[in-house]
Design a protein around this ligand. Structure first.
Ligand code: HXC
Ligand code: NAP
Length: 291
């Protein structure tokens, strides 16, 4: 057994209809692929239909599952309503919403135009709000129970981070929404959870967050105590568990999957791991002398 093996038993998601925003690329595609293997019917949605249809075909071919592509810009409430209707017309009632679509780039905050700040907040926070409101209100109206929403955030949703301030602001809002609705809407049979991934290489994130020489200068694996980046299947395993009925008692939780990355940055003395072993003996002697 290895960390990239598939975790859940066959058929764990049979009978579930899942919508994955941003499902045509990167982590959204990886999670979709595993959901399909586990028997779910999955709709992938984002702005670019051609890309989505190509991805849906590839996913159907590789998994044998039922995957359907619907174009939708999550920033636009009416488009989200249309997408929601199209999914129900195609697959019937929806069981799971996975808010994964995002936008991001690195920049000193003072260099951002107001429009640039909005571009990120509109995708991440408004987009998640739009999908959550459309799906949630429908679940309430139709009294459909045993449904859940999984939001993909980041560890800087709770630590904050310079140079990605619009994203941190928006992801922080998504985390607050997750925890708030986990309580308020549980009475309607809904669960709300989040995953905060550490570095998982994808073209979308790497091209925008580590462009050009930055990827060599700031190797993300070096910031992780476990010394490596995440594998997509590790995230897919966790997401599948959280949206499945095995996760029925999990509500209002944010699960960090980052090899200890954020804690390494937070612990006041963690930089001391740079001290060679031999030097600790010298330091101990020096400390004892002070006594
Ligand atoms: C400063 C920038 C900029 C940059 C764009 N803008 N890129 N400003 N630095 N690098 C400005 C533009 O000049 C414009 O402002 C405004 O932002 C909107 O730009 P558009 O290109 O018109 O926006 P849009 O087409 O909506 O594109 C959105 C996008 C784009 C976010 C900018 O990158 C995108 O579509 N991304 C989707 C995929 C993505 O980002 N994936 C990564 C998720 S990774 P003006 O004033 O000129 O009009 C992630 C991981 C986090 O979240 C954690 C990793 C460890
Ligand atoms: P990605 O491949 O760039 O995924 C982003 C997706 O969002 C794309 O499929 C994109 O598709 C879609 N999207 C962007 N704007 C949209 C809009 N307005 N409406 C609908 N869809 C839109 O990046 P990723 O790395 O897989 O990121 C996936 C999620 O993981 C994001 O929430 C990200 O914040 C989070 N995350 C990633 C990492 C990492 O290391 N990779 C770490 C922490 C968190 P279109 O262009 O077709 O619209």
């Amino acid at each position: 057994m290895t960390h990239t093996d598939k975790m859940l038993r066959e058929g764990s998601l049979t009978g579930k209809v899942i919508v994955v925003t941003g499902g045509g690329s990167g982590l959204g595609k990886a999670m979709t692929s595993y959901f399909l293997e586990l028997g779910a019917k999955v709709v992938i949605t984002s702005r670019k239909l051609e890309k989505l249809e190509k991805a849906a075909k590839e996913l159907r071919d590789t998994t044998g599952g039922d995957c359907f592509a619907v174009a939708c810009d999550v920033r636009d409430y009416e488009q989200v309503e249309q997408m929601h209707k199209q999914v129900i017309d195609h697959f019937g009632p929806i069981d799971v919403l996975l808010n994964n679509a995002a936008g991001n780039f690195i920049a000193p905050t003072e260099n951002l135009s107001s429009n640039a700040f909005d571009a990120i907040v509109d995708i991440v926070l408004t987009g998640t709000k739009n999908c959550t409101m459309v799906f949630g209100k429908h679940w309430i109206k139709t009294k459909q129970k045993n449904v859940n929403v999984l939001n993909i955030v980041t560890t800087y949703a709770f630590t904050g981070s310079g140079y990605v301030v619009p994203s941190a602001t928006a992801k922080g809002g998504v985390l607050a929404m997750t925890r708030s609705l986990a309580v308020e809407w549980s009475k309607y049979g809904m669960r709300f959870n989040a995953i905060a991934p550490g570095p998982f290489p994808t073209k979308g994130a790497w091209d925008r967050l580590l462009p050009g020489p930055l990827v060599k200068k700031f190797d993300p694996a070096k910031k992780v105590p476990l010394g490596r980046v995440g594998e997509h299947q590790e995230l897919a395993n966790l997401a599948a568990y959280m949206v499945s009925d095995f996760g029925a008692y999990l509500n209002g939780e944010v699960v960090v999957l980052d090899g200890g990355e954020w804690l390494k940055g937070a612990g006041q003395f963690n930089m001391l791991d740079k001290i060679p072993k031999a030097l600790w003996t010298v330091l101990k002697k020096a400390m004892l002398k002070k006594k």
